[in-house]
Design a binder for this molecule. Structure first.
Ligand SMILES: C[S@@+](CC[C@H](N)C(=O)[O-])C[C@H]1O[C@@H](n2cnc3c(N)ncnc32)[C@H](O)[C@@H]1O
Length: 366
């Protein structure tokens, strides 16, 4: 079989370029620009030739050694080339990216009644870039047209945009504090002879957080449960997730923080390694579609969990939602956010930080 000389540097640059472009969603990634970036980088790195038959792959160890040798240099040259092509793409710019991005979000709002206009634009652009590359499209306008003609693509895009990773007892140390909070809340309710307890998990993904709340309350209330009118509600905009919450079948991975005792008490192992939540917990929680941005919030809540949802929203939207949560809570009610989420100073006046580590805030009278 005829052999050819292959410059392995080209293979490595191609691989790095694909990965780097995922992070650089704001530059043109048309074939011409890609080629331009690629050629600039290859020209800067000394070639490493190997003789291979057509279609034959170079040995893994060989590529690995060359990758290690030139990694730093390739990444440095790649960043410079991306920056320079990004600023001067070498062809007339066919799309006003900011405008086309806005138009695409308007299209999604119109078609699906989902408003991503105030989400963190960096996150949304990165997710869009992934879908666009997968679909072989280079401009937002092309992608908007593609969405119109391929309704299946909408499902794929929404699955990307609604980042719905979750797990039972996520950040286990937080739930130790939450348990203590629930205990006190129940005591206060009993003292005041109040019967209703409303807990809302806003942005509940597939129900992991909602059912974690149910497990804790089951254990705390025991036979007193019948003395309370208990509402545990999970809401989300991802309909697939809501339907999975109804099924209540979970992978071992999402149960990794569940102690063995609880696993045995509340879950039934299924064939294939998954677990199904038992009916006694399942029936304690309800789920419904609720778009936090566009719909009214649940009223008269005692505790709102909105964890790992705000990270996707821009600051203005976060402020607006905090006001809505404020109205949703009963006097002295609690808002619990994700470990990496803080409440900004404006809203700091109406929410008192009562546990910085667990991100628990209490509604203040104003
Ligand atoms: C990362 S998950 C968080 C799940 C859970 N709260 C936790 O901390 O494990 C974020 C969820 O927010 C939901 N979400 C995003 N935008 C939303 C909106 N506008 N209204 C309601 N839910 C939304 C997503 O669909 C996703 O299920």
């Amino acid at each position: 079989m005829p052999q050819e000389l292959r410059n392995i540097i080209e293979d490595i640059v191609r691989e790095y370029l694909n990965n780097a472009l995922i992070l650089h969603y704001d530059i043109c990634t048309c074939q011409k620009c890609r080629q331009d970036i690629f050629s600039r980088v290859v020209a800067k790195i000394p070639p490493e030739y190997i003789k291979l038959a057509q279609g034959e792959k170079a040995p893994y160890e060989y590529i690995s050694a060359i990758r290690d040798k030139y990694k730093g240099e390739i990444v440095k040259e790649l960043m410079q080339a991306i920056e320079s092509v990004g600023q001067n793409p070498g062809h007339p710019i066919t799309e006003d990216k900011a405008k086309a991005f806005g138009a695409l979000l308007d299209r999604i709002l119109q078609d699906r009644n989902l408003d991503f206009r105030q989400y963190n634009s960096g996150i949304i652009k990165r997710k869009l870039a992934l879908r666009m590359r997968e679909s072989g499209l280079e401009s937002y306008a092309e992608y908007a047209r593609f969405l119109t003609h391929n309704p299946g693509e909408y499902e794929k895009l929404l699955a990307q945009l609604c980042i719905n990773v979750s797990e039972f007892f996520r950040d286990p140390e937080v739930w130790i504090t939450v348990r203590y909070l629930f205990e006190n809340l129940i005591k206060e309710k009993k003292l005041k002879n109040e019967k209703s307890l409303v807990i809302w998990s806003a942005g509940c993904a597939s129900g992991e957080e909602t059912y974690t709340i149910a497990i804790l309350l089951k254990e705390l209330l025991k036979e007193e449960a019948q003395n309370f009118s208990l509402t545990i509600l999970g809401t989300d905009i991802d309909k697939k997730c809501l339907s999975a919450a109804g099924e209540a079948i979970y992978t071992k991975e999402s149960l990794k923080n569940v102690e063995n005792e609880r696993l045995k008490s509340y879950f039934t192992p299924l064939e294939g390694g998954c677990y199904q939540l038992k009916e006694e917990i399942k029936k304690m929680a309800g789920f419904q579609y609720l778009d936090l941005i566009r719909q009214d919030h649940i009223k008269e809540t005692d505790v709102v969990f909105c964890r790992n949802v705000f990270i996707y929203f821009n600051r203005d939207l976060q402020e607006q939602l905090l006001m809505k949560f404020y109205k949703s809570l009963r006097p002295g009610g609690y808002l619990i956010k994700g470990k990496s989420e803080v409440i900004f100073t404006e809203a700091g006046r109406i929410f008192k930080d009562i546990d910085t580590n667990a991100r628990i805030y209490q509604k203040q009278a104003v």
